[in-house]
Design a protein around this ligand. Structure first.
Ligand code: IVH
Length: 706
């Protein structure tokens, strides 16, 4: 039960207060206000009227205004003073917030260490020190400091662009608002870490809320609760939630003075952050695995949830050399714990139809709870997979949930199979539009041939089009889209923007049960989205394999829709320069190039784009892209054996600086970098008049620019 709340009442006028009296009153008021906030926001049960609350807060603010030097950065008004907002602004991560590659077995970990050694060209005698840290199952955040002052906090988002949640993060006690100035603080410092809720706090919240209302019902586990709590538009709600932070990485930083990750963690502690106390320096694979085993057994006893360990190469200069792969660093890996399993029965197998027409068999299960999450469905992937494991309706199965992964059927308990079960057969007709289905050769994937006449694909496409990271049109829910589709008002994305012009729309909306006010609000939202960033439009189109990150890359490369359309028309010819350009864009490659050009080959897609271009203004993306990189645009070929680094490292350094590295020399090559004697490519370069540069010159070039 909560403590009884003392109301502070002090009628002495502020001008007559002594400094220490004011200090005491501020402190007491801060406590009282925090308690009221908790009662109001967390438990929905205020103990005082709004008037009383407002007068307490007014007194608090007045005290701070009169005695500004008494404001402590960690007091209530700084932590929860910001007014609620309506949406989060976006934040570009100057250094992308990457994910981690996973290791599931000991062999995967050994392979990681081998790859590191090979990449760096290390001999066996040189130890590779690794820092092992618990992988916290929470929400990753970025915290920016300028001269030691907290200036911006953001979510990870898609790793490239996150949401600005500064005011919410300010409310966490474990986010230092001022770094401890006894340390030498870099002018610009971005600290990354994980916000989490302890298991006990989560259960307590759920329990309290059951008594008071069902506020937390929607949060199934501590991670969701932490994430939901951070993404509140009113920071006072976040302030009332029990959130913690473990700091574990740095992002954008000026001249980092630490040489190892271990040293960095020590500095973090010195700055005032909490670093997980279980971090450990390991020198051998055996030590790493021993630590992993010890945590597997201790895992449940920890007060917070972890879903594995993260191993990071300790030396920062090695981290820099190892660099990044597409979405994850080469210098770290997540060693996951085995997912938790449960036993249940498949009651039926249904089929879901995706936006791209892919049919996926889904097992409908007798509900079971794993790690506090109720599971009633599990993916069965495709027919080939079902046939391989002979999964049938009525079977008793073991299912597993690992982290945020969709629950999987691990195995069938053959001995418990009832009589008269039948092998599974995929549907001949689409369960939504009854068009014939086809099975792709090779894979077991079945597709609906209905294309845009299939309502599942249509509404799924429309849902995707209006979704948060696409056009972000709030108020147009799935049910609305289905109704409007059925009424013939929205058949293609462009129809959304002419919705308001239908004079019978209001009566229709009212009939559909969403009221005149919400319909008007929706029109306002739609109008506001008539100006859209190029990458959002690209993502909204729902081109196969084009997720947010690829959309951003394409937008940064082609800058505007017209240039992209011209290029894609040209790229239909596989021998064209346009096709080669597309395939060579980092993160694009062959598979995506195929689906992108296929999209632009369909007349009905071009029609949709024409219609959209008439109704929305497509804003060119800011030049956040590759072109800012120092070697952008250079085409480089490496020839012969390099002496200072492996070929793989040389290639990765060049690519990370924006260059394009190819294997063969052509007239378009800008430089050939010579290692050793150079070999055949050097001869060709001479013949074509391509400049040759020595390895040392190359190294000084990248070091200067890097
Ligand atoms: S380091 C470039 N350390 O795991 C490496 N991540 O799968 C940046 N996570 O998005 C991450 N505990 O949310 C790192 N001790 C830890 C972590 C950790 C949890 C999360 C983080 C990240 C995800 C990657």
């Amino acid at each position: 039960m909560l403590k009884k709340i003392n109301l502070v009442k002090n009628d002495v006028s502020i001008e007559n207060l002594e400094e220490d009296q004011a200090g005491h009153e501020l402190e007491a008021l801060a406590r009282v206000l925090a308690e009221h906030d908790q009662l109001y926001y967390q438990f929905d049960s205020p103990m005082v009227s709004d008037d009383v609350y407002d007068s307490l807060r007014a007194r608090y603010v007045a005290l701070e205004t009169y005695f500004p030097y008494l404001i402590r950065p960690d007091t209530s008004s700084c932590r929860i003073g910001a007014p609620p907002i309506e949406s989060f602004r976006k934040v570009w991560h100057t250094v992308p917030m990457l994910s981690l590659n996973s290791a599931l077995t000991e062999e995967d970990v050994a392979a990681f260490l081998r790859r590191v050694r090979q990449f760096l060209g290390l001999s066996r005698s040189i130890p590779v020190v690794v820092v092992a840290e618990p992988k916290i199952d929470g929400v990753s955040v970025s915290l920016r400091y300028e001269n030691g002052v907290f200036v911006q906090g953001a979510t990870r988002g898609d790793g490239i662009e996150g949401e600005n949640i500064t005011e919410n993060l300010r409310t966490l006690k474990e986010v230092p608002l001022l770094l401890d100035s006894k340390m030498n603080i870099p002018e610009k410092l971005e600290v990354r870490g994980e916000v989490y809720m302890t298991k006990e706090e989560f259960i307590k919240l759920k329990g309290n809320c059951r008594e008071i209302g069902n506020y937390y019902k929607s949060f199934s586990n501590p991670r969701n609760a932490a994430s939901g709590s951070l993404r509140q538009f009113d920071p006072r709600i976040t302030a009332a939630r029990p959130l913690h932070l473990f700091a574990y990485a740095c992002g954008d930083v000026d001249n980092p003075p630490w040489r190892t990750h271990w040293e960095f963690l020590e500095r973090l502690r010195g700055f005032g952050f909490i670093v997980n106390p279980l971090v450990r320096r390991c020198e051998t694979l055996e030590e790493i695995l021993e630590f992993y085993e010890s945590l597997v057994t201790r895992r449940n006893a920890l007060s917070y949830e972890i879903d594995g360990l993260v191993y990071k190469i300790d030396r920062v200069d090695w981290q820099r050399r190892l660099g990044l792969m597409r979405r994850a660093p080469r210098w770290a890996i997540a060693h996951k714990f085995p997912g938790e399993e449960a036993c249940t029965i498949i009651e039926s197998i249904t089929t879901s139809v995706s936006r791209t027409g892919r049919l996926t068999p889904v097992a409908c299960l007798r509900p079971v709870t794993i790690n506090g999450v109720k599971i009633s469905r599990a993916t069965l992937h495709n027919e080939e997979e079902i046939a391989r494991r002979d999964v049938r309706v009525g079977d008793t199965v073991i299912i597993r949930r690992a982290g945020s992964v969709i629950p999987q059927v691990v195995s069938v308990v053959a001995a418990m199979r009832p009589k008269d079960t039948q092998p599974y057969q995929g549907p001949t007709f689409c369960p939504i539009c009854y068009s014939l289905t086809t099975r792709e050769s090779g894979g077991g994937i079945r597709r609906c041939t209905g294309g845009l006449i299939c309502p599942a694909q249509r509404t799924e496409r429309l849902k995707h089009f209006v979704s948060r990271n696409a056009f972000n049109i709030t108020g147009l829910r799935e049910k609305h889209l289905e109704n409007l589709y059925a009424d013939g008002l929205i058949r293609s994305p462009a129809d959304i923007f002419s919705l308001e012009e239908h004079d019978h729309i209001i009566p229709l909306a009212t009939r559909a049960g969403w009221g005149v006010r919400s319909a008007c609000k929706l029109f306002k939202n739609i109008r506001a989205k008539r100006r859209v960033c190029f990458h959002r439009l690209l993502y909204a189109l729902g081109i196969r394999h084009v997720g947010e990150a690829t959309a951003k890359t394409l937008a940064a490369h082609y800058r505007n829709l017209t240039r992209l359309r011209v290029a894609m028309a040209a790229a239909q010819d596989r021998t064209s320069e346009a096709w080669h350009e597309l395939v060579n864009i980092p993160m694009v490659g062959l598979l995506k190039s195929e689906t992108i050009t296929a999209f632009f080959a369909e007349q009905h897609n071009l029609d949709i784009l024409d219609e959209l271009e008439k109704l929305v203004y497509v804003q060119a993306d800011d030049s956040q892209g590759q072109e800012l990189l120092p070697l952008f645009g250079l085409k480089i070929v490496f020839s012969g054996q390099l002496t200072t680094m492996s070929r793989e490292e040389a290639r990765s350094r060049a690519v990370s600086l924006g260059a394009r590295v190819t294997n063969s020399v052509s007239k378009k090559t800008d430089y050939v970098v010579l290692g050793g004697n150079g070999g055949a490519k050097a001869k060709k370069a001479v013949a074509l008049g391509v400049p040759l540069i020595r390895e040392q010159t190359w190294i000084s070039l990248i070091n200067r620019d890097g």
